[in-house]
Write a protein that binds this ligand. Sequence first.
Ligand code: C2E
Ligand code: MG
Ligand code: MG
Length: 640
Amino acid sequence: MELAHSQVFAFQTQIPLMYFIVSTNAAVLAINYYDQAPTVLTVLVPFLLFVLCAYRFFAWRKSRGYKLTFAQAQATIHRTGFLAFFIGAAFIVWSLVLVPNGNTYMQMHAVFFILITTLFCLLCLMHVRRAVTILSLTVMVPFVGVMIFSGNQTLISIALNYVLVSVAVMIILSRYYYNFVDLIESKQQLQDMHDRMAIIADTDSLTKLANRRQFFARLSQSLLRGERSSQIVTIGILDLDGFKPVNDTYGHSVGDLVLIEVAMRLRNICPTAECIARLGGDEFGIILYGHYTAPELRIMGMQICLALREPYVIDNIPAKISASIGFASSAEAANTTEQLYECADYALYYAKRNTRGAPVSFSADHKIEIRQNSLIDQRLRDADLCEDISMAYQPIIDTETGKPVAFEALARWTDPDIGIIPPDVFIQVAERNGHIRKLTEMLLEKTLDDAAHWPDHLSLSFNLSAYDIATREAASRIADIVANSRIPARRIELEVAETAVMLDFDKTRETLTMLKDCGMHISLDDFGSGYSSLNYVHQLPLDRIKIDRGFIANIEHVKVSIDVVRTIVDMCRSLSLDCVIEGVETQRQVALLRDMGCRWMQGYLFAKPMAASHIPAFLREMKYGERIKLADLTLQKMSA
Ligand code: C2E
Ligand code: MG
Ligand code: MG
């Protein structure tokens, strides 16, 4: 296929020159014969031949730079063979008829014209072997025939010379032609190889989707195209929830097959997408070109989330995962690849934290949040954290005795410009900008100093971030700080959120075991808010589970919440784990929970988080006063 194009490309500059030389040589010959030969041979026929050559000359000139299709290139080559015969025959017949009309010199001129012009034409046509052969034979046969029939010894010798040279030229040109074909073929092979390598370099080998490289290349192309034609480009970034446990539990081969199935489902749901890519691990990206309304995006996002939530049955192993997706469009978010990706990533991050399993589109509110987060980020870098961030303590109550058994340390930060910054907000920012370990270490030291004044029977609960338990080194730092404090390790309880544990289950289990071996207790915080997988709890070195306050807030009215809490409480009992209920705000909640057998509780009903300086007064009050008549808080007594 490439050969036909290359042939045309190679000879299209030579052919006009060939017509020019042929017609000029013919004109010179005609002028030379003008006085001796009939006008029809010296004017009319040369004129017709000249018109034919001029027509072909301009036709070729016009086609310069025009990109031929394969069929057109083939037709051109075919036509060249045909014209070689037709025009070659016309010229040879004309010259041979002209020869006898002149004197010896003029005859020599005619013979010379035939020989030299034919050789030149053969050179011009060397990329089309067929045309070379046709032209050679078209000229040679009548020329040699006429020479031999003339009976003139000299002319016969010239014919013999001509045949020899022609054959030699044909052989040389034919060799050249085959070299040319080889060259084009190897160029084609090289190009094919290059194309194949480009495809490999742009494709995810497992799912056969586009890879990260191609995703960003396509995104910048789409944005450019969208800018030119005032079209919107939207991207969706998708992350699988619960894929890691599948990989860890069933092995990588099952994990790989799940990813392949995810890719297939994505292709089915988004047939109109410009590009669907696997960006790495369990992260996927989708590019949508054109206007999609917010409800359309939401529906598409929901369809994706629902489809990916359907069970995966691989080698009879049923795997269950879900997905979160964040969208950002060039109309609202940004119009550079990096910014658009960052916005979609933020929307995904938001979806993961807040709406698990439902799509989130990047909005103006997120823009404000990002701006605020970057302000917080800046403050975190500049601020003297030790001065600006303080700790508040909220008691955990043993409802059997009505007394606090521990205080949970909760960080508090009021910035003079930004105002109160909630801990979950600045902890997230610190996690993202890499300051979290420094922050945790500083807060832990501060907390341990405060707790050094507490009575011995009170424990200290301290919240850790995912990054504090992500490596042995980070966990060792925590253990060192505790070891160097005035509080024994057995009085320390480390709280880790369920979502943090799931980031890298094996590593977390290892670091938590190490911390537990140092004598500290481990609590699983906000249980039920994340994967809610009861399967992995027994694999962790836990002492306690804290049930997420989201279930407690509506426990009085929502039956499902009661069922969930009861299931978790039963599970804790069977695994011999303590169970702490978070966010208790009403006496009725206490009654309900106590009826289920819950003993340890925490919440505004007992006390809001307080400054370290308020703890002694609180403890005195709890000791001598009767703040909460817990014994009366059972459902029976309440309804009596
Ligand atoms: P958490 O560890 O689950 O802490 C409990 C949160 O619930 C606290 O919010 C507390 O003030 C609030 N709370 C307690 N009782 C009630 C109640 O009855 N009703 C309601 N509505 N809320 C209640 P806070 O202090 O805003 O902390 C939020 C989260 O920030 C914490 O959740 C924890 O995950 C994180 N956090 C706080 N301090 C630190 C810290 O020093 N280090 C780390 N890594 N995380 C921290
Ligand atoms: Mg906590
Ligand atoms: Mg909690």
